[in-house]
Design a protein around this ligand. Structure first.
Ligand code: NAD
Length: 365
């Protein structure tokens, strides 16, 4: 076990905490237990400051991303975030919707690289709707460009009869996300698949050329290109063929949700959105208003996001491994929240119980 020198100055990190809406507060609370347990084991400390975003911020301040939240996030070492949104705010004008707050936070932190690992836990092999022989051993990473593409491109708009958006990428934007993906591939299986629609879209032709250009600096990485429609099919047919996938904002949004079902539940998948500094660490799922307040949300995606926070924002890799191992162990011991439990599962637990079990396993590690 790592020895902590009691005389050494404890490193303290500033973490901006954004609970958000729906199940957000319930899952973030559980992730903090794991973060604190891992920090205690590794001899660092976390100072949390809470900020509002999304529906909660609209209700309190009239805007989805108050300036105080953006400034707080920019001045922190990392942002731990739950989820935003809900029916109550669905009919607000676009600039006052909860999602606008999240997009503005990502833009404000220039968090251009969204990393979504998809790993199948052996203990949950039967939770996937796909056959076990298809999903066993899947360990892939989707790297999605997050602050460009069609979600931000101009012109955009609508009148009564038409709506329009613009998918646009410049070479520099593509090169910087491609570099993140090649670096990730170097740390993993050294295979990168770039997903585009270059047979139809000019923006994808530029994408493909730029990614191919960056590949020259990574001769060890095997680069392939795939059209997005084929990628959607291959992810279900033979997901083990993928190591790292890099793609744009829209395609990445869709493919990573599709890929989430390989693991069995959207409640299991973490993500990080990184730019030059810190980053936003959040589960890939939304605010699940249908189960908010019932105490049954699966906190594991957020707990695993906290592990990514330790690794990518704080450089505390062994804290990250402790959290990941504790999650794996909790699943191996048979603990299940409702979304991943077989009917009559003997160890069906609430969000709070799952959070406590993982934190305890970290303490014992
Ligand atoms: P969702 O991901 O919130 O829920 C989809 C389904 O998965 C629901 O049945 C939900 O109960 C279930 N689910 C999600 N997370 C779960 C968890 N941790 N444990 C157990 N079950 C879980 O998607 P949705 O229903 O399409 O959207 C709900 C709201 O969330 C909308 O307002 C949407 O805009 C918002 N949203 C926010 C984000 C974000 O904050 N990053 C992402 C996606 C959607």
């Amino acid at each position: 076990m790592k020895q902590i020198d009691p005389n050494a100055e404890t490193k303290i990190y500033d973490i901006a905490v954004i609970d958000g809406d729906g199940i957000g507060p319930e899952i973030v609370r559980e992730a903090r237990k794991s973060l604190d347990a891992a920090a205690a084991k590794e001899g660092f400390a976390l100072k949390y400051a809470k900020y509002l975003m999304g529906g909660a911020a609209i209700d309190a301040t009239g805007e989805p991303l108050p300036q105080e939240t953006l400034t707080g996030a920019q001045n922190s070492d990392a942002v731990l975030f739950g989820a935003i949104g809900g029916a109550k705010w669905d009919n607000m004008p676009r600039d006052l919707r909860p999602e606008t707050g999240l997009l503005a936070l990502r833009k404000g932190l220039d968090a251009f690289a969204n990393l979504r690992p998809i790993k199948v836990f052996d203990a949950l092999i039967d939770a996937s709707p796909l056959k076990s022989e298809v999903v066993r051993g899947v360990d892939l990473l989707v790297v999605r460009e997050l602050v460009g593409g069609i979600y931000f491109g101009q012109p955009r708009g609508r009148d009564d009869r038409r709506g329009w958006n613009t998918m646009v990428y410049g070479v520099e934007e593509i090169e910087r996300i491609a570099k993140v993906a090649f670096e990730a591939a170097m740390r993993r299986g050294k295979k990168l698949c770039s997903v585009d629609k270059a047979n139809v879209l000019e923006v994808s032709q530029i994408w493909r050329e730029a990614v191919t250009n960056v590949a020259k600096s990574y001769p060890e990485v095997e680069l392939s290109h795939m059209y997005v429609d084929n990628a959607a099919m291959q992810l279900i047919r033979r997901p083990r063929q993928f190591d790292v996938i890099v793609t744009g904002n829209l395609f990445g949004d869709i493919l990573s949700d599709e890929a989430s079902m390989i693991s069995g539940s959207i409640g299991l998948l973490p993500s990080s959105s990184q730019g030059a500094k810190g980053g936003i660490f959040e589960p890939i799922h939304g605010s699940a208003p249908d189960i908010a307040g019932l105490g049954i949300a699966n906190p594991l995606a957020t707990i695993l996001s906290a592990a990514m926070l330790c690794e990518f924002a704080l450089g505390q890799n062994s804290a990250a491994r402790r959290i990941e191992q504790a999650v794996k162990k909790a699943l191996e011991l048979g603990y299940r929240t409702g979304d991943i439990a077989e009917p009559n599962a003997p160890k069906k637990v609430s969000s709070i119980e799952m959070g406590d079990i993982v934190a305890e396993l970290i303490e014992k590690s």
